[in-house]
Ligand binder design. Structure first.
Ligand SMILES: O=C(O)CCC(=O)C(=O)O
Ligand SMILES: [Fe+2]
Length: 280
């Protein structure tokens, strides 16, 4: 019997903000995807240097697309997503999804963030607030082809605005990352780990080869990377027509605001006007 979704998957997705379909990729597909991802990593590093995080979208590159098509059409995966979300939520759009890689040389981590809110300069935060609790938006995927413990989450944070200790930890925008200038690889690794753990309630996600993590990218999260752990993780979304439309509008609006000289809005400057809970 193939992969079976349980109530636990549905419950943890909604309550914690993530769930993992363990070992959902068949070994033959992992093998084909690993081969094409090795080629993609060469292209990514040629294009953007040894520390590059990703190649995206896969459709734009001269790569064998068949393994990506097989991943997009995998019936157990289509069914599992339809059960946890709806049949309108579709993964595997090759014009969107990419692959995350380990850095070739040096450890580093991204800043803590909630996607769009904290990493798209100029985005009017009213646009994000309107939809951040809406299950038709912000459903992201990390599908690991090798063991992957790079991603950290604050579970349940997708259900609420920032808590006082989170605001205290990151009062400013843009959110500062770690300062790794001039540091040896062996110094960078513990500095990054300390930064990961400095967020109240941070937990590390552990994926094995063939595991598929579905998560709300409105969760507080980050990626923490070391060169000695090989990574090829499909970085995808479960798209709906409304989220396609919203992200297009968000791109247009944020670009307008940037051209007008505006940067990152701070969601917590007006926090006294806001309840901690998500808007209804
Ligand atoms: O590497 C990861 O798993 C997370 C990356 C991430 O959150 C981002 O690039 O926005
Ligand atoms: Fe992110």
């Amino acid at each position: 019997m193939g992969f079976q979704v349980s109530d636990k998957h549905i419950e943890e997705y909604h309550m914690l903000g993530y769930t993992v379909f363990r070992k959902i990729l068949p070994p033959s597909l992992i093998r084909e995807l690993r081969k094409v991802c090795d080629e993609a990593k060469i292209i990514a590093r040629e294009q953007s240097g040894p520390q590059v995080q990703r190649l995206q979208p896969v459709a734009n590159y001269d790569l064998d697309q068949q393994p990506f098509i097989d991943y997009a059409n995998l019936p157990s995966l289509v069914d599992a997503i339809a059960t946890v979300l709806t049949p309108r939520h579709r993964h595997g759009n090759r014009n969107h999804f990419g692959i995350l890689f380990e850095p070739a040389d040096m450890p580093y981590c991204t800043p803590w963030h909630r996607d769009w809110r904290d990493n798209i300069a100029g985005l009017p935060l009213s646009m994000w607030d309107e939809v951040f609790g809406d299950i038709n938006h912000f459903n992201q995927i990390n599908c690991a082809l090798y063991e992957d413990s790079s991603t950290w989450f604050v579970l349940g944070s997708h259900l609420r605005r920032d808590l006082p200790a989170e605001i205290e930890r990151f009062p400013d925008r843009p959110i500062p990352g770690v300062d790794l200038d001039g540091k040896l690889a062996e110094e960078r690794e513990p500095i990054c780990l300390e930064y990961c753990r400095s967020m109240p309630g941070a937990v590390q996600l552990h994926l094995e080869a063939g595991d598929f993590a579905l998560y709300r990218n409105t969760l507080w999260h980050l990626g923490n990377y070391v060169p000695y752990r090989k990574r090829a993780t499909l970085h995808d979304s479960a798209w709906t027509p409304e989220f396609e439309a919203w992200s297009e509008r968000a791109r247009v609006e944020s670009s307008k605001q940037r051209k007008a000289g505006l940067g990152m809005e701070n969601p917590n400057l007006t926090v006294t006007d806001r309840a901690v809970s998500a808007p209804a």
